[in-house]
Design a protein around this ligand. Structure first.
Ligand code: NAD
Length: 340
């Protein structure tokens, strides 16, 4: 008996076959996370220049080596393909992927929505999960709810750290209160070198005064470095346009103007500049005003706090999909499931 037959004879469901789109900082971390899971298998990975796909599973380290030494997972032998239409070509050729994690830059601000459109057009059915950040980007996806429903796609949006883990924590903490006054998210990110997470850093710069998604996208690597030189590698972000607000509003927890997001990103030091936390202030049914605080452990990296939840929501999305529940859901309305 092959391993799948053994599992089916023991009544164990086969592992969820996962594709990772985007193979930069988060995509590679996602592959490493999956390597330690038995309920999920990495079967596909794509970057800007190619993709790799094999139904029986890809070796995460081989994908990472091909990407870092040659520039694309498309160089992987024998499962790689070089193409500048990697996402479309992968969707067309990979017929056994249950769900994809979109670890792609959302540059321009409608890029992930356009990728979702590609999935809808292709006729593929399954689960998509993103770790998208901006309110306006999540709103574009929410507007596609009916198209996703008709296509048989269960789309989980805003399922990284913030939005994602912290938004979900706020939704849970809100249960103690009769009214929510304030949700304040403050994140600290420490990365040793900005080039490991180029899209994340560009998207963060886009939140700074005087910058936009378009100006940040157009910046060359040298321009990003020059900006980071001026700030000693530190980005301080306040009042960001972050989808935690629309997600908590949609979940009926509080209006979006009660949600604030800001943080500090140190691009030259893996140590977090501050402890990532969310504070939820509200009034209890007895009339007491109080604040719950949820603080992430300082040792947990951005990658751990994004990829863990993304796959937890992917697993939850698979359960919904199996029950014929399609459309779009946010991290604030569904509980993630722990992936073993
Ligand atoms: P990155 O720049 O390190 O990597 C991006 C990858 O996408 C690269 O492999 C690149 O080749 C690939 N890519 C780009 N365009 C492509 C295309 N057209 N087709 C196929 N592949 C393409 O990115 P990153 O820093 O890992 O960030 C990924 C995303 O995750 C960003 O949008 C970022 O905002 C988001 N993010 C979310 C959270 C959260 O908590 N929600 C936290 C961090 C990052």
């Amino acid at each position: 008996m092959n391993p799948e037959q053994v599992k089916s004879s023991l009544n164990i469901s086969p592992a969820i076959r996962v594709g990772v789109l985007g193979f930069g900082g988060l995509g590679q971390a996602a592959a490493k996370v999956l390597a330690g899971k038995r309920e999920m298998t990495l079967v596909a990975a794509a970057d800007k220049e190619g993709y790799a796909y094999t139904e029986s599973g890809l070796n995460a380290q081989n994908c990472i080596t091909a990407y870092n030494s040659q520039g694309s997972v498309g160089y992987l032998e024998p499962s790689g393909t070089l193409t500048t239409r990697s996402i479309q070509d992968l969707i067309e050729s990979a017929d056994s992927v249950d769900g994809y994690f979109l670890a792609l830059p959302n540059l321009p601000n409608n890029f992930i929505a356009s990728v979702a459109q590609e999935f809808i057009k292709s006729g593929w059915r399954g689960v998509l999960v993103d770790a998208i950040k901006r309110t306006s980007a999540v709103e574009q996806l929410l507007a596609m709810k009916e198209e996703l429903e008709v296509a048989g796609i269960t789309y989980m949006t805003g399922c990284g750290a913030t939005p994602g883990l912290l938004t979900a924590a706020a939704a849970l903490a809100a249960q103690s209160y009769a009214e929510i006054h304030k949700v304040e998210i403050t994140f600290g990110v420490g990365i040793a070198n900005w080039e490991a997470y180029r899209a994340t850093i560009r998207e963060d710069i886009a939140h700074m005064p005087g910058y936009s998604v378009e100006t940040a996208r157009a910046m060359s690597d040298a321009e990003v470095e020059a900006l980071l030189d001026k700030t000693n590698g530190v980005l301080t972000l306040e009042n960001m346009e972050h989808a935690d607000d629309v997600m908590l509003e949609l979940a009926g927890i509080c209006s979006r103007d009660r949600v604030t997001v800001g943080g500090i990103v140190d691009t030259r030091n893996a140590k977090k500049p501050l402890s990532t936390n969310v504070k939820i202030t509200g009034r209890t049914f007895e009339g007491k005003i109080s604040t719950h605080t949820f603080i992430l452990g300082d040792e947990t990296s951005m990658a751990a706090n994004v990829c863990g939840p993304a796959f937890g929501y992917l697993k939850a999305g698979i359960q919904l999909h199996k029950r014929g529940i399609y459309g779009i859901f946010t991290a604030a309305e569904i509980m993630p499931q722990f992936v073993k």
